[in-house]
Design a protein around this ligand. Structure first.
Ligand SMILES: *Cc1c(COP(=O)(O)O)cnc(C)c1O
Length: 425
């Protein structure tokens, strides 16, 4: 939507009704589409004409939401899939096969660590983890001629490390590979990684984008800026036998990556979300800008409160002045970093459990980034599959409590924390 600001795009982008058509994005609850001629359908099958033919590949409701997300991120195209995990998986498989490897920052979501270190390994794809502390030379040393991409998370869940996107984009591009960024926690409202050199963005739309904890979903967004014709990516530049010899870079130009992910991987793996889920996601996106602003302001106040409490051992929130992430947060997330805070209570694991059990407004749930305030103890839940070494790599201690600050009145949230802290002896 051209020069409109991001708030306007949240509401208006994607769906453009024509004269007399429904004002609100319709739910196209149809697996299939009708054609006047076999020739037209044949052209669709050969990817010679745009259009929908079967909802495992594309659907008009999904398409509108995909166009909105692409517009919000400043990309050339997007593809919705059934979860954030699927988004990461497909984005990697799109350019990586057995015998090849990729480099990933270690400070990423625990589920992604599992996917990379265990499941992709079984498929013959090796992940090489880089810690944020490594020098450029140390990260360089992880690359070889079979390295396909570099992967990081804008704001790591739950360690809240902020990715130095420009730095890692430079490293990736020096090795002629793209930088993939999981932008789930920041959302395009707070950070647009393409503006700092990232090439592919991934989202778990399950989190802030939906924002109401109603649908699991994911999205891949293509910046259209990476040069797939640099000699390293024959899957983009040589004929695809499953489409009568289509060459993605030739036929789809700078939308090659996102076209291939849809027409090959979403088609073959069958991971398209339902039209109803896309409709619900779109409702979430319409208020994303309002909610992110409130999540950030509330989280800042809660972080300040915790920081001033003598019952708290430490607080990690990149917007706190003393945070080691402060400078990166100022650069990449000047309007706020997200609603998630992590902290430790004096008294360690036992005190953490007592505190969580005493909360009345904030609930213990396996979720973050929705409208309701919630808490979680990652070491015993979401990250319990990780080894101690992986936990340290992801920046998670045994006493870490992750609080996802919602959009309730912040005074009620703080009063709840206060009464629960008073229960901890
Ligand atoms: C939750 C999450 C994922 C996984 O998303 P699902 O939708 O649960 O599959 C990936 N990355 C980040 C940063 C997340 O928070």
């Amino acid at each position: 939507m051209g020069n409109y600001s991001i708030e306007t795009k949240c509401i208006q982008s994607g769906y453009k009704p024509k004269n007399g058509e429904p004002r609100v994005l319709p739910i196209y609850q149809s697996t299939t589409y009708k054609f006047d001629s076999a020739e037209h359908l044949g052209n669709l099958f050969d990817l010679k004409a745009p259009g929908h033919m079967y909802s495992r590949i594309s659907n008009p409701t999904l398409e509108c939401v995909e166009n909105k997300i692409a517009d919000l991120e400043g990309g050339v195209g997007a593809a919705l899939v059934t979860s954030g995990q699927t988004a990461s998986l497909l984005a990697i498989l799109n350019i990586t096969s057995s015998g090849q490897n990729f480099v990933s920052l270690s400070s990423i979501y625990g589920g992604t660590v599992n996917l990379f270190a265990v499941t992709l390994k079984k498929l013959g794809i090796e992940v090489r983890f880089a810690t944020p502390e490594m020098t450029d030379e140390e990260v360089d040393a992880l690359f070889d001629e079979n390295t396909r991409l570099l992967f990081g998370e804008t704001v790591a869940n739950p360690a809240l490390r902020v990715l130095d996107i420009e730095r890692y984009a430079n490293i990736a591009h020096k090795h002629n590979v793209p930088l993939f960024v999981d932008n789930t926690f920041a959302t395009p409202i707070l950070c647009r990684p393409f503006e700092f050199g990232a090439d592919i963005v991934i989202h778990s739309t399950t989190k802030y984008m939906d924002g109401h904890a109603t649908i699991v979903g994911g999205c891949v967004v293509d910046s259209g800026k990476f040069d797939w014709c640099n000699g390293k990516y024959p899957e983009m530049t040589e004929p695809d036998e499953s489409y009568h010899g289509v060459v993605y870079t030739k036929q789809f130009g700078n939308a090659a990556f996102i076209t291939k992910i849809r027409t090959q991987l979403i088609r073959d793996f069958g991971v398209a979300p339902s039209a109803l889920n896309a409709f619900l996601l779109n409702l979430g996106l319409e208020t994303l800008h309002l909610r992110m602003e409130r999540h950030c302001r509330n989280a800042e106040k809660v972080a300040e409160y915790l920081n001033n409490s003598d019952k708290i051992a430490w607080v990690n929130y990149p917007r706190l002045k003393g945070s080691k992430e402060y400078a990166l947060a100022q650069k990449y997330l000047p309007n706020g970093v997200c609603g998630v805070i992590s902290f430790g209570i004096k008294g360690g694991r036992e005190a953490a459990v007592k505190f969580m059990d005493s909360l009345k407004l904030a609930a213990i749930v396996v979720h973050v980034a929705d409208a309701r305030t919630c808490v979680l103890h990652p070491a015993s839940t979401t990250h319990r599959q990780l080894t101690d070494e992986q936990l340290v790599g992801a920046g998670i201690g045994p006493d870490l409590i992750r609080m996802s600050v919602g959009i309730e009145n912040v005074n009620d949230i703080i009063a709840d924390i206060e009464q629960a802290l008073n229960e901890v002896k």
